[in-house]
Write a protein that binds this ligand. Structure first.
Ligand code: NAD
Length: 369
C-alpha cells in the first residue's frame, strides 16, 4: 500500500484536514505537518524532532491534540508536526528556521515544543513566523517544563481518581517510568500529597526501594549524573523491571506502547495515569481495566502542557495556567469517571466519545456539517 492510502486509513468525519510534507533541498530538511481539525480555532500542537518520526505517527498525535485541546476547552484545534532529524547532531537553529519558513503559509497551525525541541526552538519559529507557543520567559513565555505543568496535571488527575477507587494518595506507593521533564516534577507533586516513590526508571535502568526513595535527592542525582541508577540507597534493576514492581500508582512518563498485550497481565497497580503520549496500547488498556486497574487516558491526564501553552499564547500568567490546569483536568476526570462507573464503559472509549461529540458541535457552529 502506498503512503497516500496508509495515511488516509486514519481519515474520518473530523479530519485530518491537511497533511503536508516539506522538503528544503539545500539543507535537505524533511518535515511533516498535520492539521487535524480547526473547528475550535487554529491548531495548537508540538513539533517533534526525531530521526524515526513518521507521517502516521504525526497523524495519530495530531488527532490526540484535537481531543486534548477540545477537552481542555481551549480555543484551538489539533495539529502536530515532525522534523525528520536527529536533535543531538543536527544544526538545530538552521533546521528549525528552515522548518518555520516552510510552515509560514500554514496560518492555522501554531507550533509548540515536543520531544527533541524546546523553548529556544520556539523562539526561532516565532522569529520566522510570528506564531509559536512555549516561548522562553524573555519573550513572554511560561516555561512549561520548568514549572512542571504536565506533571501537575497528572497529580490533579490522581486527586480526583482516588475518590473512585479504594485509594488514598497519602501513603500510596508510586512508580514512575521515565525521570525527565514530566517524571521528575511529578515525583514532587505526588510527594506533596504523601505518596511514596518506590521505583523510578530512565533509559539506563530502574532504582527501587520498597521503603521509598528521597525525591529531592533522586532528582539531584538524575540531574548531576544523568541517571537514577546512581542513587545509592536502592536496588538497581533493568529499565523494564520497573513494570514488575507492585505499586498503587504507576505513571508511564517516557515511551509509547510500554504496556501492551504482551505484558499487561503482569502489571500490579491500582491506578495508571498516562503522563506520556500513547504509553499503553488500546487493547492493553482494556485488559487492564477488566483486571480492575483504572487507566486515565493520555489526552485527559497530560493536558497540562498544552493548557499552559494556550494560556501563554493568549497573554495569561503562570498562576492562571495552574488554575486552568486544575479546573480542566479535575472536571474532565470527574466527567469521564462518572460515566465509566455508572455506565460500565472503558475510560478511553468514554473520553473519545465525549471529545468527538464536542468537535462535531464545534464543526456545526462553523456550518461545516
Ligand atoms: P524527557 O525526554 O524529558 O524525559 C524522558 C525520560 O524517559 C528520560 O528520563 C529518559 O531517560 C527516559 N527514558 C527513555 N527511554 C526509557 C526507557 N526505555 N525506559 C525508561 N525510561 C526511559 O521527555 P518528557 O518531556 O518528560 O516527556 C515524556 C513523555 O511525556 C513523552 O511521551 C511526551 O510526549 C509526553 N508529554 C510530555 C509533555 C511535556 O510537557 N513535556 C506534555 C505532554 C506529554
Amino acid at each position: 500500500m502506498d503512503l497516500t492510502n496508509r495515511v488516509f486509513e486514519f481519515a474520518d468525519d473530523i479530519g485530518p484536514e491537511k497533511i503536508v510534507h516539506l522538503y528544503e533541498p539545500r539543507s535537505q530538511t524533511k518535515a511533516i505537518v498535520v492539521i487535524d481539525n480547526v473547528a475550535a480555532g487554529p491548531a495548537l500542537g508540538g513539533v517533534r524532532m526525531a530521526l524515526d518520526v513518521t507521517t502516521t505517527e504525526v497523524v495519530r498525535l495530531s488527532r490526540s491534540m484535537t481531543y486534548k485541546n477540545i477537552m481542555a476547552g481551549l480555543p484551538h484545534g489539533g495539529g502536530k508536526s515532525g522534523i525528520i532529524a536527529d536533535p543531538k547532531t543536527v544544526n538545530k537553529e538552521h533546521v528549525i528556521r528552515t522548518f518555520a519558513r516552510g510552515i509560514n503559509s500554514l496560518t492555522d497551525y501554531i507550533p509548540g515544543p515536543d520531544m527533541g525541541t524546546d523553548e529556544t526552538s520556539m523562539a526561532y519559529v516565532y522569529d520566522e513566523t510570528g506564531r509559536a507557543a512555549g516561548l522562553p520567559r524573555e519573550l513572554g513565555g511560561i516555561p512549561l517544563d520548568e514549572i512542571g505543568a504536565t506533571a501537575y496535571g497528572t497529580a490533579v488527575c490522581a486527586d480526583i481518581a482516588q475518590e473512585y477507587i479504594n485509594l488514598d494518595l497519602n501513603g500510596a506507593r508510586l512508580t514512575i517510568e521515565g525521570f525527565g521533564n514530566v517524571g521528575k516534577p511529578a515525583a514532587r507533586f505526588f510527594a506533596e500529597r504523601g505518596a511514596i516513590l518506590v521505583g523510578a526508571s530512565d533509559s539506563n535502568g530502574t532504582i527501587y526501594n520498597k521503603n521509598g526513595l528521597d525525591v529531592d535527592d533522586l532528582i539531584r542525582i538524575k540531574e548531576t549524573t544523568g541517571s537514577v541508577t546512581n542513587y545509592k540507597d536502592g536496588e538497581v534493576l533493568e529499565s523494564t523491571d520497573l513494570l514488575m514492581i507492585s505499586t498503587d500508582i504507576f505513571l508511564p512518563a517516557a515511551r509509547p506502547d510500554v504496556i501492551n498485550e504482551g505484558n499487561s497481565d503482569v502489571i500490579d497497580a491500582g491506578l495508571i495515569i498516562e503522563a506520556a503520549n500513547i504509553p499503553i496500547t488500546e487493547k492493553a488498556e482494556k485488559i487492564l481495566h477488566d483486571r480492575g486497574i483504572l487507566v486515565i487516558p493520555d489526552f485527559i491526564a497530560n493536558a497540562g502542557g498544552v493548557i499552559t501553552a494556550s494560556v501563554e499564547y493568549h497573554g495569561g500568567t503562570e498562576t492562571q495556567a495552574f488554575d486552568r490546569i486544575k479546573y480542566s483536568i479535575s472536571r474532565n476526570t470527574k466527567e469521564i469517571l462518572d460515566k465509566v462507573y455508572s455506565e460500565n464503559t472503558y475510560p478511553r472509549d468514554t473520553a473519545v466519545s465525549i471529545a468527538k461529540q464536542r468537535v462535531l458541535r464545534a464543526m456545526k457552529y462553523r456550518e461545516w456539517i
